[in-house]
Design a protein around this ligand. Structure first.
Ligand code: SF4
Length: 741
């Protein structure tokens, strides 16, 4: 096989070295040297921190040194993979957004309520103010004026004027300001306005005043008035993140919904304007874009600087030193992994995704398996309890994806799991120590345990009771061959509705719907599979295929049980296996494992409408949404198959295979399938996504029945955002519904 190679940007290191414990130790030494070269004081402080493991430092001091050092890790790793240019370009984009959109927001928009308290724009000469602001941009900021992004165009101007205004106000109070080159900027602005005929006339009075502070105050007034008008009346800024502020939180009303009367009972349904069209089993949540993520980063107040970062450490009751309980009864423990969230946010804000990822990986090396649509204890613990918390999972996942989609992004993530100078407990993986562990179950617990054991030098064999699809040896490498370096993560990426279930990841593979991007499991699987001391085996059931005695005989020194509940939950309910009834977990598992939703699958997973789901947990929510999405796929598939068979064999021959009841169901499915196909054709002609919700609802829809109030349901208390997302897909929730008998 071809020997893969990758020329690294740090002299004397080879691609193979990135998989060698001894050479990763040397890489740490090279990193140390580079820090010494850049900043001896920082190196000395970091060395002392590594030596003491932080024993003599306060939490704030430990955080500070991690935040200081992270950008050096970012730069070093970028250099190692020869992507400094791309890394800097990414950083520049982030810094630009912060310096424009979010500086405008912080300096201008945020203060409008106080500045214009009680004022009504109807008494203002609105057209004149709008015109004055446009002139200010056109004459004073011609580059901004040509900006095709309307929010960025305004923010570029608002940020500069806002900062200048703060600077001159600070000076006027007799205080020092660290804003640089203000006078030069004002001089340049003054001459640009004076050189523009219309602007010179419009701003004549201000330009006639030689006091720079007063000129800026006058321009700031225009910026503020324009912004206030826009905030009050302008639809254009409705979606601008510079105008978005966190909403108040009412714990009894976290999920916006409509109440629909169904005769004998009523249901919660998603508001029409928030309904989302879903077509099958593609990824349903594309995640936030960069500006949305940075809006969350900007919402954070970096509490690690005061050791109050409850998103990571939990909300503590100082008197009792116990965790606080929120109004929904949820104990606010913060991130169970103690991820350095606040520090990561600050490093991201400063423009370094690789550094931010290194901060995450200190405590959460398997971060592809966490974050958006997976966990939210951090959000529950965020210091903002009365308003919307910071959407930490979106930020965490964006840090990961922004790195993964850099050139060699997968290689960078993978390296940081084996080598991370910020992790002073284990900066690089240890060499094989001769001891072997059997890890039973390759779900989140099993794969995380495998990672930690490997880094401590153990050999690990991971087994899973279900199938594991092997990864191509070209990607994993073997004893004699290095893995092929992955330059572009898109080469690994698969569409969720087309991918073959790899089986790796346990509950994350089978129990989580396509709301979450399962390509992340491949990242973890491949990262582990490339480790020389790791093997994985599917279809091996512990206690059956292999027993404890077998494990000892095979030479394992340790067995780690990470198989979770291990068995399907058997519900003590009469007739619970009768036709038409399925356990939620069994349905989800069947849907995922058999690939029933794929057009190529012959799996027999039959659902009829109306469908009801009993329960109030997140599994019930998932089951309801997947039923809703599966039904159109099922009937469309049946219609296509039936038509194909009839075309080949004739209708009579095909129909003789069905008994009377089956024929009834078949006709129902064929009629529904035809309606789905018609809607698909209508949508294609209109160049829009098909909307199956009205059809599925007309056929009875999917209703979740819960015995108590929805606000008492575990899904509401643990992760109400999932209910909001589920309602967008058209399911109904009926509360106060106990099964009879
Ligand atoms: S996410 Fe919330 S708790 Fe955490 S640092 Fe930011 S504001 Fe503070």
């Amino acid at each position: 096989m071809e020997q893969h190679n990758l020329t690294l940007g740090i002299p004397s290191f080879t691609y193979a070295d990135l998989y060698s414990s001894a050479r990763l130790k040397d890489l740490t030494a090279a990193f140390d040297e580079s820090i010494k070269h850049h900043d001896t004081d920082l190196f000395d402080r970091f060395s002392a921190y590594r030596e003491s493991q932080g024993a003599d430092l306060s939490p704030e001091q430990q955080s500070e040194i991690v935040v200081e050092m992270a950008p050096f890790v970012g730069q070093f790793v970028a250099k190692l993979f020869n992507i400094t240019e791309q890394h800097q370009a990414q950083g520049n984009k982030i810094k630009d957004e912060i310096d424009t959109i979010f500086t405008y927001k912080n300096e201008v928009v945020e203060k409008l309520g106080v500045y214009f308290k009680g004022q009504d724009t109807s008494e203002w000469p609105v057209p004149a103010i709008l015109n004055r602001f446009d002139l200010l941009i056109a004459a004073g900021f011609p580059e901004a004026n040509a900006d095709p992004d309307p929010e960025h165009r305004v923010a570029r101007v608002g940020a500069v004027i806002g900062l200048l205004s703060s600077h001159y106000k600070t000076l006027a109070k007799g205080k020092a300001s660290d804003y640089q080159n203000a006078d030069e900027q004002v001089a340049a602005l003054r001459s640009k306005l004076a050189a523009h005929d219309l602007a010179a006339a419009e701003f004549a009075e201000l330009l006639g005043n030689n006091d720079d502070g007063e000129l800026v105050a006058g321009l700031m007034d225009t910026v503020q008035r324009w912004s206030f008008i826009a905030q009050q009346d302008n639809d254009i800024v409705a979606d601008w993140l510079s105008f978005k502020f966190p909403g108040k939180r009412d714990f009894d009303s976290l999920v916006a919904h409509e109440t629909v009367d169904r005769g004998e009972f009523s249901t919660w349904m998603g508001e029409q304007e928030h309904r989302r069209r879903r077509d099958g089993f593609k990824l349903t949540d594309p995640r936030y874009n960069q500006r949305q993520v940075l809006s969350e980063v900007n919402h954070c107040i970096y509490c690690h600087e005061r050791d109050t970062d409850s998103c990571s450490k939990g909300m503590r009751n100082k008197k009792t030193n116990t965790f606080k309980v929120d109004p929904l009864g949820v104990t606010t423990i913060g991130c169970p992994l103690d991820e350095k969230i606040s520090e990561m946010h600050l490093v991201k804000r400063r423009g370094d995704n690789i550094g931010a990822l290194a901060v995450i990986i200190i405590d959460n090396p398997m971060c592809p398996g966490t974050g958006h649509r997976i966990c939210n204890e951090c959000m529950k613990g965020c210091i903002y309890q009365k308003t919307d918390p910071v959407n930490i999972p979106e930020i965490e996942t964006s840090v990961l994806t922004d790195v993964l989609f850099l050139p060699y992004g997968f290689e960078i993530y993978s390296l940081l799991t084996r080598w991370n100078p910020l992790n002073v407990k284990r900066p690089y993986m240890l060499p094989y120590n001769g001891k072997n562990a059997l890890v039973v179950g390759l779900g989140p617990a099993g794969y995380t345990m495998s990672h930690y054991l490997l880094n401590e030098g153990f050999g690990v064999a991971g087994i899973d009771g279900l199938k594991l699809e092997p990864l191509p040896v070209e990607l994993t490498g073997d004893a004699n061959t290095l893995p092929m370096p992955i330059v572009d993560f898109n080469d690994l990426y698969e569409d969720l509705d087309k991918r073959i279930l790899a089986g790796f990841g346990g509950v994350a593979e089978y129990g989580i719907t396509v709301r979450w991007d399962k390509n992340f499991l491949k990242v973890i699987y491949l990262t582990l599979q490339r480790r020389a001391a790791f093997r994985s085996y599917g279809g091996v059931r512990f206690g059956g295929t292999i027993t404890i005695e077998d494990a000892w005989k095979l030479g394992f020194d340790h067995i780690c049980i990470a198989s979770g509940a291990g068995q399907p939950t058997v519900i003590d309910l009469k007739n619970n296996l009768m036709r038409g009834i399925r356990k939620a977990s069994d349905f989800l598992m069947a849907l995922q494992l058999t690939g029933a939703a794929k057009s190529s699958s012959l799996a027999n997973l039959q659902v009829r409408l109306p469908a009801g789901v009993i329960g109030g947990g997140l599994t019930a929510m998932d089951t309801a949404t997947e039923l809703m999405a599966y039904y159109p796929v099922q009937v469309e598939k049946i219609k296509h198959r039936y038509d194909t068979l009839v075309a080949i064999h004739g209708v009579d021959k095909v129909r003789t295979r069905y008994d009377q009841e089956e024929s009834l169901i078949l006709d129902e499915f064929l009629a529904h399938g035809a309606a789905i196909i018609a809607e698909r054709e209508r949508a294609a002609a209109a160049d829009e996504d098909p909307d199956f919700q009205p059809l599925v609802l007309a056929w009875g829809g999917v209703t979740l029945f819960y015995r108590k109030g929805i606000v008492d349901a575990p899904a509401y208390r643990q992760n109400h955002e999932e209910i909001t997302k589920a309602l967008e897909e058209g399911i109904a929730l009926a509360e106060g519904m106990s099964p009879l008998g």
